[in-house]
Design a protein around this ligand. Structure first.
Ligand code: FAD
Length: 439
C-alpha cells in the first residue's frame, strides 16, 4: 500500500533529502552510507503505511490485495497468486498512478542505468552521475546528489529548466546548483546510452557530445498505470501515455467511473491527487465541495527548495493585469542570516490599484512551508496592507512577507528619482545645535 507517494516517489525522495541535508549541515557525512539511507527511507515509509492501515481499519475500509481490472462497467476483478475476487460497485474511482516512462535508447539495468523507482538502490560510491531530464524529479535528485559531493551533469531537451516556474526563482536555483558543481546541458538530447567494459556509462548526445559517468539516472516522464485495467470492458480508453481523460468533477466518459491522481496526468503531485480524490468521491455521493485549483501550491524540493502559489508574472502580463512586485531577500532578514541562506528570496505579485495579493514565489529554506501564508492571504482576497499590518515572530523567515510588501509599496509610491540636494562643506560640518536635520 502507499503507491509511488510512499514507496518510490515523494516520501523516499524527501526522506533522502532531509537525511542528506542534516548530515551535510552537521558535517557528519561519514554516517551517510547507502544502507543507512535505505534503512531510514524504509523506516519512514513503513510507518506511513502503518498509519494508513490503521486509518483504513478505523474507517471500515476493506482492502483487497491484488491486481484490479474491469470485467464490466460496474464490476472489478481483483486477482493475486492465490485468489480472485469480484467487486460490484455503483461508483468506481481509478487511482492507479504512474510509473517511470522508459526509452528504447536508454537501457535501464537497475545497476548503473537507473530510473527514479530505483532510488532505494542509490549507491553513495558513485562519484559522477548523469541525470537525463530537467523536470522536477531530475532537478530534485541532481540537488541531493550534488549535496553528497557527487559530480552531476543534467541533460535537458528544453532550453531552460522548470519553465513553469518564475524566471527569477529559476535563476536563483540555477546559480546555487552551479555553485554546487552541477553542469547543465540544456537544449541537448540523448541519442544513445551505452556501457563500457569497465561499467562506465556513456550518454551520446545528438550534438555529438559524449558524457561519461559512473551512473545515469533516467528521469524523463511518467507512464500512467492503465495497461492492466482492461479498460475496454467498461468502454474507456487511455492515451499513448496511459492517461485517462476526465471532466472537472473527475468523471470519465462513463459518469459513474471517476479517475484522479497521476492516472489523469498533470500536475502529478500527491497533494493534488488527494484533493482530486476527495472532490471525485464527494461528487459521486452528492456532497457539496469547494475546491480552488487556482490556489493549489507547487512545491519543488530542490536545494534550495522552491514553492509558489497563484499567478506568475507571465500569466499576469498575458492577461494585461496592472501588477507590481515586492521582493524580500533572505539576506536582509535576520533569520536568513542565522540560517546562512543568502540566496533565498520571496517575491510577491499584487494588483497596483486594489493592492490585492495575486501570487507568491519563493526560493530558499522553508519555502514549501512559508508558501501557505501567501496561499491563505490570496484565498481570503487579502492585500499587501494585511501583510504590512501584521506582526510576524522575530526572527522568522515569515517576516519576508512584510519586507516584500513594504518593498512593493515603495515601488507603487515611487515618483521618480529623489532630487539630489547640493550641500556646502559648511553644512556638512558637525552642528553645535541639538536638533536633527530635517531630511
Ligand atoms: C521521485 C518522485 C518524487 C515526488 N515528489 C513529490 C513531492 O515532493 N510532492 C508531491 O506532492 N508529489 C511528489 N511526487 C508525485 C507523487 O508521488 C504522485 O503524484 C502521487 O504518488 C500520485 O498518487 P496516485 O494515488 O495517483 O498514484 P500512486 O501513488 O502511484 O498509487 C497508485 C497505486 O495503484 C497501484 N496500482 C496500479 N495499477 C493497479 C492495478 N491494476 N490494480 C491494483 N493496484 C494497482 C499501484 O501499485 C500503486 O500502489 C513525486 C513522485 C516521484 C516519482
Amino acid at each position: 500500500m502507499g503507491g509511488a507517494s510512499i514507496n518510490t516517489g515523494t516520501i523516499p525522495s524527501k526522506t533522502l533529502r532531509e537525511a542528506v541535508l542534516r548530515s551535510t549541515r552537521s558535517g557528519c557525512t561519514d554516517r551517510l552510507s547507502a544502507s543507512n539511507l535505505a534503512q531510514r527511507i524504509e523506516e519512514v515509509a513503513s510507518n506511513e503505511v502503518r498509519v494508513f492501515e490503521s486509518q483504513f481499519r478505523r474507517n471500515n475500509i476493506d482492502v483487497l490485495i491484488g491486481t484490479a481490472s474491469f470485467s464490466g462497467p460496474h464490476t472489478i476483478r481483483v486477482a493475486n497468486q492465490e485468489e480472485e475476487y469480484f467487486c460490484h460497485a455503483d461508483h468506481i474511482l481509478i487511482a492507479t498512478g504512474s510509473r517511470p516512462a522508459h526509452n528504447d535508447a536508454i537501457p535501464v539495468d537497475d545497476v548503473s542505468i537507473i530510473d527514479t523507482d530505483a532510488i532505494r538502490r542509490l549507491r553513495t560510491e558513485h562519484h559522477v552521475l548523469t541525470i537525463v531530464g530537467g523536470g522536477v524529479i531530475g532537478i530534485e535528485y541532481a540537488c541531493i546528489a550534488a549535496a553528497l559531493d557527487i559530480q552531476v551533469t543534467l541533460i535537458e531537451r528544453r532550453p531552460r529548466i522548470l519553465d513553469f516556474v518564475d524566471q527569477q526563482i529559476v535563476e536563483a536555483l540555477s546559480y546555487h546548483m552551479r555553485s554546487q558543481g552541477v553542469t547543465f546541458r540544456l537544449g541537448e538530447e540523448v541519442e544513445e546510452v551505452t556501457k563500457s567494459s569497465e561499467g562506465k556509462v556513456c550518454a551520446k548526445l545528438k550534438s555529438g557530445k559524449q558524457i561519461w559517468s559512473d551512473a545515469l539516472l533516467y528521469a524523463v516522464g511518467r507512464q500512467a498505470n492503465t495497461d492492466s485495467l482492461n479498460l475496454a470492458a467498461c468502454e474507456l480508453a487511455a492515451d499513448a501515455r496511459g492517461r485517462i481523460q476526465v471532466n472537472t468533477n473527475f468523471q470519465t466518459s462513463q459518469p459513474h467511473i471517476y479517475a484522479a491522481g497521476d492516472v489523469i496526468g498533470f500536475p502529478s503531485l500527491s497533494s493534488v491527487a488527494m484533493e482530486q480524490g476527495r472532490v471525485a468521491v464527494c461528487h459521486a455521493f452528492g456532497v457539496q465541495v469547494v475546491s480552488v485549483p487556482e490556489l493549489f501550491p507547487y512545491g519543488i524540493y530542490s536545494i534550495p527548495e522552491i514553492s509558489f502559489v497563484g499567478k506568475t508574472e507571465e500569466q499576469l502580463t498575458e492577461a494585461g493585469v496592472s501588477y507590481e512586485i515586492g521582493i524580500a531577500h533572505y539576506r536582509e532578514i535576520a533569520r536568513g542570516q542565522i540560517l546562512n541562506d543568502t540566496t533565498g528570496l520571496l517575491k510577491i505579485l499584487f494588483h497596483r490599484e486594489t493592492r490585492q495579493l495575486l501570487g507568491v514565489h519563493i526560493v530558499g529554506d522553508g519555502a514549501t512551508e512559508l508558501i501557505h501564508i501567501g496561499q491563505a492571504v490570496i484565498g481570503f482576497e487579502g492585500t499587501i496592507d494585511s501583510l504590512i499590518n501584521t506582526v510576524f515572530n522575530y526572527p522568522t523567515l515569515a517576516e519576508c512577507y512584510k519586507v516584500a510588501a513594504l518593498n512593493g509599496l515603495s515601488r507603487i509610491n515611487y515618483s521618480g528619482p529623489r532630487p539630489v540636494k547640493m550641500r556646502t562643506c559648511a553644512s556638512l560640518r558637525p552642528s553645535t545645535s541639538k536638533s536633527l536635520p530635517s531630511d
